[in-house]
Design a protein around this ligand. Structure first.
Ligand SMILES: Nc1ncnc2c1ncn2[C@@H]1O[C@H](COP(=O)(O)OP(=O)(O)O)[C@@H](O)[C@H]1O
Ligand SMILES: [Mg+2]
Length: 277
């Protein structure tokens, strides 16, 4: 494995001066009287793989949109390294180290894999587009450094063979990996994945699960994984939050949550065998 981004992650050290990397405190979010989130609280620690599960419409994507301040909850607080994110713009949350992927693929289909992932670097660019014409030398060096980081990510996600292909022509599973690559290019400390295996076949799902675990283990990046399917989450998550109709119905380690009667009743349906798909 190569690339500055990857090395830096492995080397990261130093004491943290906050209780939790992220802390969501009693969030409430309504849209014209419809309660999308109704009192949800949780925290995520450095390097943790935290999952949020719940049926469609439970409020999972709204939680992501609240964390990166696309939505502004009417009540509650969201702390990042001890400081509130409330009222920031989404690009500011990205600059602080919070990256995400989307439930539906949001890439530039006519651009190549390399170019798409490179767009993730813009959050980290110092020279900017305008400065580029004035300080050509500096901008060029920065561009080269960015390309090196992107090549490292391409290696890491094993998508070298497609690097010059327009993304729109690639298989769905590969596109989802490119999207993850773009989020990694932002050099995040937490990666929020919104249903990363939705619509994937078994093989693609297993590949993606492996890359998610590699991001956690090898890059040391914390992850919030949103899923409505329990199988993957129970296999790979450190802790799980279960939501239903905007409410939090259980939180804990996978084995614990699987036994929770509220989860069995409200989420899975009583006759469903847990742990099977
Ligand atoms: N921008 C919005 N405007 C109005 N209602 C919304 C908006 N976003 C989400 N909702 C509503 O909030 C609820 C939760 O949606 P969502 O967060 O997308 O759930 P999930 O991701 O768990 O499927 C749903 O009832 C949905 O219709
Ligand atoms: Mg959703």
């Amino acid at each position: 494995m190569s690339g500055k981004l990857l090395q830096r992650r492995v080397d990261r050290s130093g004491p943290a001066d906050y209780d939790h990397l992220m802390e969501v405190r009693d969030i409430h979010l309504s849209f014209k009287g419809v309660k999308a989130i109704d009192g949800v609280s949780f925290h995520v620690d450095d390097g943790e793989l935290f999952a949020i599960i719940g049926p469609n419409g439970a409020g999972k994507t709204s939680l992501f949109n609240s964390i990166n301040q696309v939505y502004h909850p009417q009540q509650g607080d969201i702390l990042w390294k001890g400081e509130s994110l409330m009222g920031l713009k989404p690009n500011h949350t990205a600059e602080r180290g919070i990256a995400r992927t989307f439930q539906n693929i949001a890439l530039y289909p006519h651009m190549t894999v390399l170019e798409n992932i490179l767009t993730g670097r813009h959050v980290r660019m110092k020279s900017g587009w305008l400065a580029g014409s004035v300080w050509l030398g500096k901008a060029k060096r920065e561009e080269m450094a960015n390309r090196e980081i992107v090549e490292g990510i391409i290696d890491f996600l094993e998508i070298e063979q497609w690097r010059k292909y327009p993304v729109g022509l690639l298989p769905y599973g590969v596109q989802k990996r490119v999207e993850m690559g773009r989020a990694l290019a932002m050099d995040p400390e937490i990666l929020m994945l919104d249903e990363p295996v939705a619509g994937m076949n078994l093989e693609e799902t297993e590949d993606m699960a492996r890359f998610i675990l590699d991001v956690q283990d090898e890059l040391g990046i914390a992850i919030i994984l949103v899923e409505h399917d329990m199988g993957l989450v129970m296999d790979i998550a450190d802790r799980v939050l279960v939501v239903d109709f905007g409410k939090q119905i259980a939180i804990g380690e996978p084995a614990e949550v699987q036994q929770n009667p509220n989860v069995i009743k409200a989420y899975l349906g009583e006759e469903v065998e847990i742990g099977q798909q």
